[in-house]
Every structure is written in structure tokens, then in C-alpha cells.
Design a binder for this molecule. Structure first.
Ligand SMILES: Cc1ncc(COP(=O)(O)O)c(C=O)c1O
Length: 314
């Protein structure tokens, strides 16, 4: 999907014009992938307000990712969250996707990043559905494995991790699937190239634990909370690949993918291919909150002041 430019990008504390948010080709990040980033959504609610979904958690994860890579960010979680609200309000665009990124800039060209300056940017832009297929996604198991433990830390949302994700996604699309699911280095289910994975069997909701090389997804944690609220039993455990072939329901979660049900895996239908009852209940609970149809009982939405469309029924 092409990026639609907005007016302003936040850079190290100031708003600058979109076209001036450039870096030098000799920046450390260009050569060695030394970046950490976030993907966040701001939703419009039906009463005419707009809110950023789980903003403090995203800012905190950016700080965690930077800490893992010894990249000092001179901002607190609250300052990053305030900057994100500022850039959304300055651009006046909702719903939108927000992309904060911190990276090692222009300084030294050796692999050690510590003498290259840290730059922080925050952009936002309109963005729609990520995993194609309203009728459910047809996915495959990738021939590529997810990052092995103690190689690239999967709890850091680092730009370089997405070289692995690119291999998974390209292979899937070239072979006619909308997304690929990677196994971990031991052959257990891990996650999609940019989504966490859930499946349902016998009324129990399963998801892969953090030790299976997954990102600690914020949508994942939201779904776990909603499952508990709905009384759905949840099991986090290592899962063999074939669980995906015999489960009743399966779905992806992620900021981009939101809650996307899987119609088939490796051309084997998941259940009867339609969105099953557990997925439907969780999908509804999630969208009811982000669309403002139900009270935001977990305070997941941080309000932003932008002019949004007329409230429904107004
Ligand atoms: C590899 C990977 N796993 C999982 C997720 C889902 O995480 P979240 O729900 O925090 O967006 C993402 C997206 O950020 C991702 O890139």
C-alpha cells in the first residue's frame, strides 16, 4: 500500500515538513538495520471522537526495544506518547497509522553503533486493511523459520527483524497466499511475518508463548484480556504445526492486521472456512471498543483532538 504523505513529521522534539524528513545515505541504519520502531493505530469512534489504541504500551515497547539494543532514547514513555498525540493533532488525520522510529544516524561506519547519534521520528498517515481477504486469509507455513533464540531478539521490534519477515511475506505472496506463518527454530508454531497467531480447538483459545520467537504483541495481549472477560479458556503453550490443520478456528492479531481470521492453511480449510464463534466474539469485542460502541473499560484509547466525521445519527 502506498504511503499518503501528511504535512508534518516529528523529529527529535520538533515538527518538520514531511518532505524534509530525510537522512544521509551513510547513516548507520541504512547499512546495518540499526532501528527500532512501533506501529500504532488511531481509531475514530462513532460518537465523533478519535483515540489512539494502547498508546502507553506502544511507547513503552519502543523504549524496551531501544534498551535491548543499547540505544538511549532521551524521552520518557509519557513524552513519546505526548509527541505522538501532537503529530496526529498537527496533521489532523484520523483514522490513521502511526510510525514512531528510532535509529542510529550519521556518525561512524563501523558496525558498533554506539558512536552514531540516535534520531527519533514520528510519522502518521491514513492506512487501511493489511492482510487481504474479507472472507478470511489463505495462508501457508513458510519455508523460512522465525528468528532463533539468542540471534535476533524477537521481543525487540527492530527494523532488522523484518528482513526475516520480508522473506516470509514475499514467499507467501509469490506462491498465491496472503501471508506466511513461520515455525520457530525447533519446528513449533511461531507467528506471521507481522502478526501473532491464535487458534481455537474444542472451545479453548491457544496462542504461542513469547519463548517461541514471537513479538510481544499489544493486540495479542488485548485479545487475551478480552478472552478472559468473555470466559474463554486460554492456553499459552508451544504448538505443533499440525494443530493449525485440525483446529476449529484460527486468526491473526496485530496493529496492522487487527483481528483477521484464517480461512485456510496450506490449502487445508480451517473449520468450515468461515469465521467461527470464538473468533467472532473476540473480533466483535475488539472492534466494539476501538469503534466506541462499548465503554472503553480498560482505558485502551488515548483521545486526540481532531475534527472527525459527523457522529452517526447526528
Ligand atoms: C512480527 C510481528 N509479530 C506480531 C505483531 C503484532 O504486534 P502488535 O499487536 O503489537 O501490533 C507484529 C506487529 O507489530 C509483528 O510485526
Amino acid at each position: 500500500m502506498a504511503i499518503q504523505p501528511t504535512q508534518n513529521i516529528w523529529h527529535n522534539g520538533n515538527l518538520i515538513p514531511w518532505d524534509q524528513a530525510n537522512i544521509h545515505v551513510m547513516s548507520h541504519v541504512v547499512h546495518y538495520g540499526s532501528s527500532v520502531f512501533e506501529g500504532i493505530r488511531c481509531y475514530e469512534q462513532q460518537n465523533g471522537t478519535a483515540g489512539v489504541f494502547r498508546l502507553p504500551e506502544h511507547s513503552a515497547r519502543l523504549l524496551d526495544s531501544a534498551k535491548i539494543y543499547r540505544m538511549p532514547l532521551p524521552y520518557t514513555e509519557a513524552q513519546l506518547s505526548a509527541a505522538i498525540v501532537d503529530v496526529i493533532e498537527a496533521n489532523g488525520i484520523t483514522p490513521c497509522y502511526i510510525r514512531p522510529i528510532a535509529f542510529r544516524g550519521y556518525g561512524e561506519i563501523g558496525v558498533n553503533p554506539l558512536k552514531s547519534p540516535v534520531e527519533v521520528y514520528i510519522a502518521n498517515f491514513p492506512w487501511g486493511k493489511y492482510v487481504p481477504g474479507n472472507e478470511g486469509a489463505d495462508v501457508c507455513i513458510s519455508s523460512w523459520s522465525r528468528l532463533a533464540p539468542n540471534t535476533m531478539p524477537s521481543l525487540a521490534k527492530a527494523g532488522a527483524n523484518y528482513m526475516n519477515s520480508q522473506l516470509i511475506r514475499m514467499e507467501a505472496e509469490i506462491n498465491g497466499y496472503s501471508e506466511g506463518i513461520a515455525l520457530d527454530v525447533n519446528g513449533y508454531l511461531s507467528e506471521g511475518s507481522g502478526e501473532n497467531l491464535f487458534l481455537v480447538r474444542g472451545g479453548v483459545l491457544y496462542t504461542t508463548p513469547l519463548a517461541n520467537s514471537v513479538l510481544n504483541g499489544i493486540t495479542r495481549s488485548s485479545i487475551l484480556t478480552l478472552a478472559k472477560q468473555l470466559g474463554i479458556p486460554v492456553v499459552e503453550q508451544a504448538l505443533p504445526r499440525e494443530m493449525l490443520y485440525i483446529c476449529d478456528e484460527a486468526f491473526f492479531t496485530g496493529t496492522a492486521a487487527e483481528v483477521t481470521h484464517l480461512r485456510s492453511v496450506d490449502r487445508i480449510l480451517v473449520g468450515d472456512g468461515t469465521m467461527g464463534p470464538v473468533t467472532t466474539a473476540l473480533h466483535k469485542a475488539f472492534f466494539d471498543i476501538v469503534n466506541g460502541l462499548t465503554p472503553d473499560r480498560y482505558n485502551w484509547l488515548t483521545p486526540v483532538k481532531v475534527r472527525v466525521a459527523e457522529p452517526v445519527g447526528a
